[in-house]
Write a protein that binds this ligand. Structure first.
Ligand code: SF4
Length: 100
């Protein structure tokens, strides 16, 4: 192997690393934009959200999608439904929290 070839190999390596770095940035960008897309939440009407659920034990505060407010009685938010969400609300997308 003469000096020229060694140089060529290391340049290819450097180029490869450069491309990987660029690919890494691209992945971060894609992830970022899909996180942004995830903020396009469902309308309350689309999931028939009601502030007061009429199904015992299936309130928003029993749902894995619920993000509580400051206290257990404050309005919270939902990972998939837009706007303020009552801990006592309910919607079609209800999904029970696993019992801990
Ligand atoms: Fe409430 Fe529906 Fe969100 Fe569950 S998915 S927290 S039931 S609004």
């Amino acid at each position: 192997m003469n000096h020229h070839q060694i140089d060529g190999v290391s340049r290819r390596d450097a180029l490869q690393r450069g491309l990987s770095a660029i690919a890494g940035v691209a992945i971060v960008r894609v992830t970022g934009s899909s996180a942004y897309a995830a903020s396009n939440q469902l309308a309350k009407t689309a999931v028939q959200y009601a502030d007061v659920g009429n199904v015992a034990g299936k309130d928003c505060d029993d749902c894995i999608q619920f993000l509580p407010g400051k206290t257990a009685n404050d309005l919270g938010t939902c990972k998939i439904v837009e706007g303020d969400i009552s801990p006592h609300g309910h919607c079609l997308a209800f999904s029970a929290k696993p019992k801990s």
